[in-house]
Design a protein around this ligand. Structure first.
Ligand SMILES: Cc1cc2nc3c(=O)[nH]c(=O)nc-3n(C[C@H](O)[C@H](O)[C@H](O)COP(=O)(O)OP(=O)(O)OC[C@H]3O[C@@H](n4cnc5c(N)ncnc54)[C@H](O)[C@@H]3O)c2cc1C
Length: 422
């Protein structure tokens, strides 16, 4: 254990955080610089961070992802190829927003809603001039603003008033549709991290970079030192000052604070009789309310409903607890399928990402005017302290493959810096 005997363990590179970014960086360094000693420190008790799959006996080998689930930009997403390498199955059933199966609704207004949503996103795309917030692009009084608001929260995890149009317009997950990993995206990320030396339950508290040589790393389990440190913790963890930098790095903390995590939570509802609902079909809870869930019925055929809540609704349901989330989802499903559906449902798994220690939310959004701070966050400090994580990506922020790419980029910079200063 580092520091158990008062001596500090010495590494070449210490990576803080074993999420998609930290794991990607570690694997890259192992490949290009096998001579370096690398250690990943993870405050939680598992690899993966916001990539987290749980199992359900009734679901067989289908994993339930409480965090990332979709391989966005799947054709060029690095995780798609890695899934094959580690023996997992990529399922190519189309996503609901890419032609996947939607619940048939008699609603004569569906087309009108689609037109209003399309027009809203066109206004976003064509916005020029000063950055503003996503709510400013709503058409006042439009009957479908509630639905547009709901979709906005699924995308950013925040209410439209809080997030930047310029940042939204930079988002580009890459070509290709969105696919899923049958056994779970979280399982994929954690499997890929297995060959990396890691210490779980090890929370970094302070980074002492006053000395010119090795950097001191203070943890709840003792002291370590390293020639280079890679920080991959979430922006909410950084902004809350959970890691003290000595001397302080105010630019990083300010950037993190203006790139906060939005909130999205998932609730998996077990079904007594799977055939009670159609397989792999999408349903929106309400077409008029902003505070509504989005539901994937029997994803990949599993006997569950995957409910997704975001923005203020997700905060409210987290605060109120699992029963509140259950009854909210049961009410929305009963409004569509009739009251008997309630008897089919029970809670199988639920996330509470805002309350999850060492993470504190779901994915980053930029406040209006703050999009460029992603570059400030990503910039190395003094060629010794490096930063990665989804929030550091200019165009693939909020995704697990964006996190992967920032990890790769940081690993290359670290390798370059350590060869110049052997
Ligand atoms: C509900 C939900 C749905 C999502 N859906 C998708 C999706 O469909 N597709 C997609 O691509 N992405 C999705 N995402 C986003 C994706 O999961 C994240 O962008 C990505 O996993 C972030 O990886 P990361 O390495 O940047 O950060 P993290 O996964 O947060 O990793 C950082 C790690 O640092 C650890 N840590 C924090 N503080 C300390 C400390 N002091 N000392 C040591 N360790 C510390 C944390 O425990 C954590 O494990 C979703 C996320 C959520 C929550």
């Amino acid at each position: 254990m580092p520091g158990d005997n008062g001596k500090s363990a010495e590494e070449d590179v210490v990576i803080i955080g074993a999420g998609a970014a930290g794991i990607a960086a570690a694997r890259r360094l192992q490949e290009i610089r096998p001579d370096l000693s690398i250690l990943m420190l993870e405050a939680g008790d598992r690899l993966g961070g916001r990539a987290w799959t749980v199992g359900l006996p009734e679901a067989g080998d289908t994993g339930l992802d409480l965090g990332c689930g979709w391989l966005h930009g799947a054709r060029t997403n690095a995780w798609t190829a890695i899934a094959g390498e580690v023996g997992l199955t990529v399922d190519r059933t189309p996503a609901p927003w890419n032609g996947g199966r939607q619940l048939e609704r008699d609603d004569a207004d569906v087309d009108a809603a689609q037109d209003a949503i399309g027009a809203y996103f066109e206004r976003l795309d064509s916005h020029e001039g000063d950055d503003t917030d996503l709510a400013a692009m709503l058409e006042p009084g439009n009957a479908w603003n509630g639905q547009i608001r709901a979709i906005g929260t699924y995308i950013t995890g925040a209410e439209l008033e809080r997030s930047s149009v310029a940042d939204y317009n930079k988002y580009d997950p890459g070509p290709g549709p969105d696919w899923r990993v049958r056994q779970g995206y979280g399982k994929l990320v954690s499997l890929y991290g297995r060959p990396v030396p890691a210490r779980l339950g090890t929370q970094v508290r302070r980074i002492d970079h006053r000395p010119a040589g090795r950097i001191g790393i203070e943890t709840n389990r003792g002291l370590l030192s390293a020639r280079a440190v890679l920080v991959t913790v979430s922006t909410n963890v950084l902004a809350a000052g959970r890691i003290t930098f000595d001397p302080p790095l105010p630019d990083k903390i300010e950037a993190a604070a203006r790139l906060p995590l939005g909130l999205a939570d998932k609730l998996f509802l077990g079904l007594v009789h799977p055939q009670a609902l159609p397989a792999d079909t999408h349903m929106l809870g309400s077409f008029s309310r902003g505070a509504t869930g989005t539901y994937q019925l029997r994803p990949l055929g599993a006997p569950v409903v995957e409910a997704y809540f975001a923005g203020d609704l997700a905060h409210d349901l987290e605060r109120e607890g699992g029963e509140a989330a259950f009854s909210f989802a049961a009410d929305e499903l009963a409004a569509q399928f009739g009251a008997d559906i309630r008897r089919e449902l029970s809670v199988a798994a639920i996330s509470a990402w805002a309350a999850t220690p060492h993470i504190g939310g779901s994915y980053s959004y930029a406040e209006p005017g703050a999009s460029d701070l992603r570059g400030v966050l990503a910039a190395p400090h003094d060629e010794r302290i490096f930063f990665a994580g989804e929030a550091c990506s200019h165009s693939r922020y909020s995704t697990a493959h964006g996190a992967y790419e920032t990890g790769l980029a940081a690993a290359d910079l670290i390798a370059g810096s350590l060869s110049q200063n052997p």
